[in-house]
Design a protein around this ligand. Structure first.
Ligand SMILES: [Zn+2]
Length: 150
């Protein structure tokens, strides 16, 4: 478990379920990543090289969190985006676990841990690299991709 502090405003998650409820709803790997702040192995999830259009939904609650429109190949082995699906789709938190200072990214709806954001993304348009666990996402190919916004 990492200690994460909420930055600035109080962005309370809108969906609250008990650990038991999440455990019964998710696969063990989904639970480990999203509810226990785990990280999948690089190149382990096919979404890192997924090119199809659509909306990436939170695997826990179905909220659209990322979009094929802002996805890029970072070469890291994790799905990478330069912006969330829309403003307010994710929340960002200071994460000081493992003696590093990183910014954790969570689903704004249910607080699922999705990954981290780093300032070394493509300079245009945002410079951000959202490094996201594929197991935390569900690609909805029927949904119209969002332009993305931050
Ligand atoms: Zn969610």
């Amino acid at each position: 478990m990492s200690k994460a502090e909420t930055r600035g405003k109080t962005d309370q998650a809108k969906i609250a379920m008990s650990e038991e409820e999440w455990r019964s709803k998710l696969t063990p790997e989904q639970f480990y990543v999203t509810r226990e702040h785990g990280t999948e192995r690089a190149f382990s999830h096919p979404y890192y090289e997924e090119k199809d259009a659509g909306l990436y939904r939170c695997v826990c609650c179905g909220a659209p969190v990322f979009s094929s429109e802002t996805k890029f190949d970072s070469g890291t082995g994790w799905p990478s985006f330069y912006a969330p699906a829309n403003r307010g789709a994710v929340s960002e938190h200071d994460d000081r676990s493992f003696f590093m200072r990183r910014t954790e990214v969570r689903c704004a709806e249910c607080d699922a841990h999705l990954g981290h954001v780093f300032p070394d993304g493509p300079k245009k348009p945002t410079g951000a690299r959202y490094c996201i666990n594929g197991v935390a996402l569900q690609l909805d190919k029927d949904a119209k991709p969002a332009k993305g916004g931050k």
